[in-house]
Design a protein around this ligand. Structure first.
Ligand SMILES: Nc1nc2c(ncn2[C@@H]2O[C@H](COP(=O)(O)OP(=O)(O)O)[C@@H](O)[C@H]2O)c(=O)[nH]1
Ligand SMILES: [Mg+2]
Length: 296
C-alpha cells in the first residue's frame, strides 16, 4: 500500500505509558502478555522484551477460537523456544483460563522457592496483564475477576491509581492492564493490525484494506474465499477480478452499475473478523524464521 497508515498514538502518550508501565512492572512477579493468535507477532509490542526483561513472562495467544489450531501450536513452540511460557486461550469463553493459572504457578515456582528457602512467608503471585489495544486484555481480566462488564477508559495515560485484586487461582492482579503500543512504523504490521480490527476502520481506507485481506487469504487458501462467497477462483486471475465477482454475488452494486468497493471491502473485513470464514492465521513462524535468516 502506498499511503502510510496512521495510528493514533502520540509520542506524549507513549512516554507516559512507558513510565506507568515501568512503575507497575516493578510491583509484579509475572507479566502476562496478551497477543492475538491470528497475528502473534504483529500484535506484540516491540519494546516489551527490553522493558520486562527481568520478569518471568507468559505469552497468552488469545482469540485462539479464530486462529488455525495447527499454526497456533507452532507459535507456542516458537515462543517456548525463546524461553517464554506460551499458552492458547479464548478470553471470551474462558477456555484456557486453567492453563493460564497453571502457567502462572510454573512461572512463579523459582521465586516461591527463594522465599521459602529464606524462611519468608509465602505469598500469592502478583501479576499484571499487558498487551496492545484490542488483544483482549479487558476480556481476560473480566474472566479472572469473574466480573461481567468490560472496563472502559482504555486510553493510555488515563489510569487512575492502581489496585490489587484477588482473582481466580489465588493470584493478585493489578486491576488496570498495561496498554502497549504496537510496532506502528512497520507497514506490514500496520496492515495486519488493520485486518484484525486493532486499528479503527475510520482511519483506514476500507476498500484497500479489504482488498489486501482478500488477496492474503486467497494466497493462504483460495478455497476459503470460494466457499464463503460462492465464487470460483482461477489461479491466473487478478485478485481484483475475484473482488468484483464477490461484489456481484452479494449485489454490492451502486446506481450506474458501478461496484461498491467500500461495502465489499467492509464485508470482507467484517466477515473475517467475526470468524465467518473459519479459523485463519495470517502470520506463520516459518515465514518469520525465513525473514530473520535472510537478514543475517
Ligand atoms: N473471538 C474472540 N474475541 C475476543 C477474545 N478476546 C477478546 N475478544 C474480543 O476482542 C475485542 C477486544 O477485546 P478487549 O478485551 O476489549 O481488548 P483490550 O483492548 O485488549 O482490552 C472485543 O470485541 C472482545 O469481545 C477471544 O478470545 N476470542
Ligand atoms: Mg480494554
Amino acid at each position: 500500500m502506498e499511503e502510510r497508515m496512521h495510528i493514533n498514538w502520540y509520542p506524549g502518550h507513549m512516554k507516559k505509558t512507558k513510565e506507568l508501565l515501568q512503575s507497575s512492572l516493578a510491583l509484579v512477579d509475572i507479566v502476562v502478555e496478551v497477543v492475538d493468535s491470528r497475528i502473534p507477532l504483529a500484535s506484540k509490542n516491540p519494546d516489551i522484551d527490553t522493558i520486562a526483561a527481568n520478569k518471568p513472562r507468559i505469552i497468552v495467544l488469545n482469540k485462539e477460537d479464530l486462529a488455525d489450531q495447527a499454526v497456533t501450536g507452532k507459535w507456542i513452540d516458537y515462543y517456548q523456544k525463546k524461553g517464554f511460557i506460551a499458552i492458547a486461550m479464548n478470553a471470551n469463553s474462558g477456555n484456557g483460563l486453567d492453563r493460564l493459572i497453571t502457567a502462572i504457578d510454573r512461572a512463579y515456582s523459582a521465586q516461591k522457592e527463594k522465599f521459602l528457602s529464606k524462611g519468608m512467608i509465602n505469598r500469592a503471585p502478583r501479576i499484571m496483564i499487558v498487551g496492545i489495544p484490542n488483544s483482549g486484555k479487558s476480556s481476560l481480566i473480566n474472566k479472572l475477576t469473574g466480573r461481567k462488564s468490560a472496563q472502559t477508559g482504555d486510553r493510555p495515560g488515563v489510569t487512575k491509581g492502581k489496585q490489587w485484586v484477588r482473582v481466580k487461582g489465588n493470584l493478585e492482579m493489578l486491576d488496570t492492564p498495561g496498554i502497549l503500543w504496537p510496532k506502528f512504523e512497520d507497514d506490514r504490521v500496520a496492515m495486519l493490525l488493520a485486518f484484525t480490527g486493532a486499528i479503527k476502520d475510520d482511519v483506514l481506507n476500507v476498500e484497500e484494506i479489504g482488498f489486501q485481506l482478500l488477496d492474503r487469504i486467497r494466497k493462504i487458501d483460495p478455497a476459503i474465499i470460494e466457499k464463503r462467497y460462492s465464487v470460483e477462483i482461477d489461479p491466473d486471475e487478478e485478485t481484483i477480478e475475484v473482488m468484483n465477482r464477490i461484489a456481484s454475488e452479494r449485489k454490492f452494486i451502486l446506481r450506474g452499475k458501478e461496484i461498491d468497493y467500500h461495502r465489499t471491502g467492509q464485508t470482507i473485513l467484517n466477515e473475517f473478523r467475526a470468524g465467518l470464514m473459519g479459523r485463519i492465521t495470517l502470520e506463520s513462524p516459518q515465514e518469520q524464521n525465513k525473514k530473520t535468516d535472510s537478514e543475517e
